[in-house]
Design a protein. Structure first.
Ligand SMILES: [Mn+2]
Length: 300
C-alpha cells in the first residue's frame, strides 16, 4: 500500500474529538523515555518534563502523547522505564484519571496497538514489593491517529506519529526493534548512529516530510506529527501545507511541544534558563505562534 493509502486508512479510523475556545491541549512526541541508563537520552530532560507536566495538569490541559513516548525498542520491559521515571508517570496517571490523557503510538511503542499488551503492562502494573497489582492507565486505548475539530471555525487537525511515511519503521518495525535492541544499543555507546532513525539522517527526514506534506496538500488537511524530531510550524503566508511537527524531548536544548489554547496553535520550548542573579529556572518559551485555527483554511 502507498503511503497516501496508509495515511487515508489511519485517518478513516481516527476518532474525532470536537473542542472549543475553552479547551486546551498539549502535544509532545519522541520523548523516548528509557530506564535512566547511558542510552536514555530523555534522562537529561526529565526534570524539565516533570515540571512541564505539572504546569499542564494545573492549567487543565489535555495531554496527547504523539508517539514514541517510551523507548520500547531499546528497553524490553516497560516496568524498568516506569521505575526510572515514576514521578512523571504519576502525573500522567492523574491526567488519565481526570480524562485528560490520550495516547497515539509511534514505531518505538507500536506494541501498544495490541490490546493484550496494554492490559498487561499499561492498564496496571505488578508491584513486586507489596506483591499486588496497582492500577496505572486503566482502560487506556492506543490510537494510531486522532482528529481534533475546532467547532467555531470548522478547522480540523489530523494527529499521527508519522512513521507511516517511512516503510522501514512502519511495516518492518519488528526488524528495526531487533537491530536496535540487540546491536545498536551497544554501537550507540561506542558513538555510532542508528541507521533506522530518521532523526539522524537529513535526507531521509526530508523524504518523509515531503511524502506526508504531499498527502496533507492533496487531501487539504492540517497535520500534526512527530517522528522526524524536527519541529515545523507552517504559516499560511509562506507555506502551501498546514504541517506542524512537535519535535522531540531528547535534545540538549530542551523539550519542544505544541499547545492548543484559545483556538490557536503554538510551538513551545521548555528549557533551563538563567536569572540575573545566577539562579537557574525552568522556562516555557514561545517559539512560534500563536496561529489562530481560523487561519488553517487560508493554506488551501
Ligand atoms: Mn518515531
Amino acid at each position: 500500500m502507498s503511503i497516501a493509502g496508509r495515511l487515508d486508512q489511519v485517518y478513516q479510523k481516527a476518532p474525532l474529538i470536537t473542542f472549543n475556545d475553552r479547551d486546551k491541549f498539549v502535544l509532545f512526541s519522541d520523548l523516548h523515555r528509557g530506564r535512566d541508563n547511558k542510552n536514555d537520552d530523555f534522562s537529561q530532560n526529565r526534570h524539565l518534563f516533570e515540571y512541564a507536566l505539572k504546569y499542564y495538569l494545573k492549567h487543565r490541559f489535555h495531554y496527547i502523547e504523539l508517539g514514541d513516548g517510551d523507548e520500547l525498542w531499546e528497553n524490553k520491559r516497560f516496568w524498568d522505564i516506569y521505575k526510572a521515571h515514576e514521578t512523571i508517570f504519576e502525573i500522567m496517571r492523574k491526567m488519565h484519571g481526570k480524562g485528560r490523557f490520550s495516547l497515539i503510538f509511534g514505531n518505538h511503542d507500536m506494541e501498544r496497538k495490541d490490546e493484550r499488551i496494554r492490559r498487561r503492562f499499561l492498564h496496571r502494573f505488578y508491584d513486586s514489593y507489596n506483591e499486588r497489582y496497582i492500577p496505572l492507565f486503566e482502560g487506556l486505548i492506543a490510537h494510531e491517529g486522532l482528529r481534533l475539530e475546532y467547532k467555531k471555525g470548522g478547522a480540523e487537525l489530523f494527529l499521527v506519529h508519522g512513521h507511516q511515511g517511512d516503510w522501514l519503521n512502519d511495516r518492518l518495525w519488528k526488524v528495526g526493534r531487533f537491530f536496535v535492541r540487540y546491536f545498536w544499543v551497544h554501537l550507540q555507546t561506542m558513538g555510532f548512529h542508528n541507521p533506522s532513525s530518521p532523526a539522524q539522517e537529513y535526507k531521509k527526514r526530508r523524504i518523509i516530510e515531503r511524502k506526508i506534506t504531499r498527502w496533507a496538500e492533496t487531501r487539504q488537511k492540517a497535520i500534526i506529527m512527530g517522528h522526524t524530531h524536527r519541529t515545523r510550524f507552517s504559516s499560511p503566508e509562506h507555506d502551501k501545507t498546514a504541517y506542524f511537527n512537535t519535535g522531540n524531548g531528547v535534545h540538549r536544548a530542551g523539550i519542544t511541544g505544541i499547545e492548543i489554547e484559545k483556538g490557536a496553535l503554538s510551538l513551545v520550548l521548555w528549557r533551563v534558563s538563567t536569572r540575573d542573579d545566577g539562579g537557574l529556572y525552568t522556562e516555557r518559551r514561545l517559539v512560534r505562534g500563536p496561529l489562530l485555527l481560523e487561519k488553517i483554511k487560508d493554506f488551501y
